[in-house]
Design a protein around this ligand. Structure first.
Ligand SMILES: O=C(O)CCC(=O)C(=O)O
Ligand SMILES: [Fe+2]
Length: 322
């Protein structure tokens, strides 16, 4: 129980049904035992990752005033720049030592959801850097497709139709995020975490992390295990919505980031979430006489908004005004 599984998902991109089923079984096992695993053999190229990472570094190196032109706290739909200490993932610890850029599915101002002022819906807010918008919008599409491939592999074990998630992930509220963790300067400041202990809110997260290290995952015995960077992989983990959907058959596992000593760390999670109106209720195959549904039904948007309010003070303030 001391190291996370590494799964080669290349067979999911072939017509070999028996290899496909083997990978699906490995994913199912990892989701039940860990809620965390690495994937290799995915179609996102190293050149793409380098380009996105390089752009993220250039963005975070801009003067704060420039970054704050797209301040996330000035929007209602969660897009743009989050300055250091905007988020507090573990309420028992200081706010997180990190800065972020968040983007989602770009919806124009005349989209019906935007006109209806639906939460989490609206246009992206990109920095004005040459090439940034085209690169990031394409990366968003490709990460969404990768997430849906993994979700398709999960349908077999969960006993649902192969296209169950595909139909629910149309016009999704997935978020592509860039994170910069400034270095910690003393060995004694471990309390100041890059990202406090938390579980993710949504369905499935695909995380690229650079070579700095610092990600830790809590195993079933309650011990913190390092999830070190492995070249060419993404770390995949499940969030609370998937735990609810699967009636806790799949685990939403706590994790945190200890900022590395003396070096900057960059990471890029992609949080895959369905359409905001999607009902999140126990899947038929995940309940029976022995195990009733544990969680009341909710919707994707309702659930995400309640979790955002837990970790972002500015969102609680926005809600209080309404
Ligand atoms: O940066 C990382 O390695 C993890 C970030 C994370 O857990 C999150 O943003 O939910
Ligand atoms: Fe996380």
């Amino acid at each position: 129980m001391n190291s996370l599984p590494i799964i080669d998902i290349a067979p999911l991109y072939t017509d070999d049904q028996s290899a496909w089923a083997t990978v699906a079984k490995q994913i199912d096992h990892a989701c039940r035992e860990w809620g965390f695993f690495y994937i290799k053999g995915h179609p996102i190229s190293a050149a793409r990752i380098d380009a996105v990472l390089d752009s993220a570094k250039r963005f975070f190196a801009l003067p704060t005033a420039e970054k704050l032109k797209i301040d996330i706290t000035q929007t209602r739909h969660h897009r743009g720049y989050g300055a250091i200490a905007t988020e507090q993932l573990d309420p028992s610890k200081p706010s997180d030592l990190k800065e972020t850029f968040d983007m989602g599915l770009h919806l124009p101002l005349d989209h019906p959801d935007v006109l209806a002022e639906k939460p989490l819906r609206g246009p992206n807010r990109h920095p004005s850097m040459p090439g940034w918008e085209t690169l990031m919008e394409q990366h968003y599409v490709d990460m969404q497709a990768l997430a849906q491939t993994l979700l398709r592999a999960m349908t077999l074990a969960l006993g649902i139709e192969r296209d169950f998630f595909d139909t629910r992930f149309r016009e999704p509220v997935s978020v592509l995020r860039m994170i910069h963790y400034p270095p910690r300067h003393t060995a004694t400041s471990r309390e100041q975490q890059g990202a406090g202990a938390h579980t993710d809110y949504g369905c499935i997260t695909l995380l690229y992390q650079d070579a700095a290290g610092g990600l830790q995952v809590r195993n079933v015995k309650g011990e913190w295990i390092d999830a070190p960077p492995i070249e060419g992989t993404f770390v995949v983990n499940l969030g609370d919505m998937m735990a609810r959907w699967s009636n806790d058959r799949y685990l939403s596992t706590p994790h945190r980031v200890i900022s590395p000593l003396g070096v900057d760390r960059y990471s890029m999670p992609f949080f895959a979430e369905p359409h905001p109106d999607t009902r999140i209720e126990c899947l038929p195959g995940c309940q029976d006489e022995q195990q009733a549904a544990k969680y009341p039904a909710t919707t994707c948007a309702q659930f995400l908004l309640s979790r955002f309010a837990d970790t972002y003070a500015y969102r609680r303030e926005q809600e209080a005004v309404e």
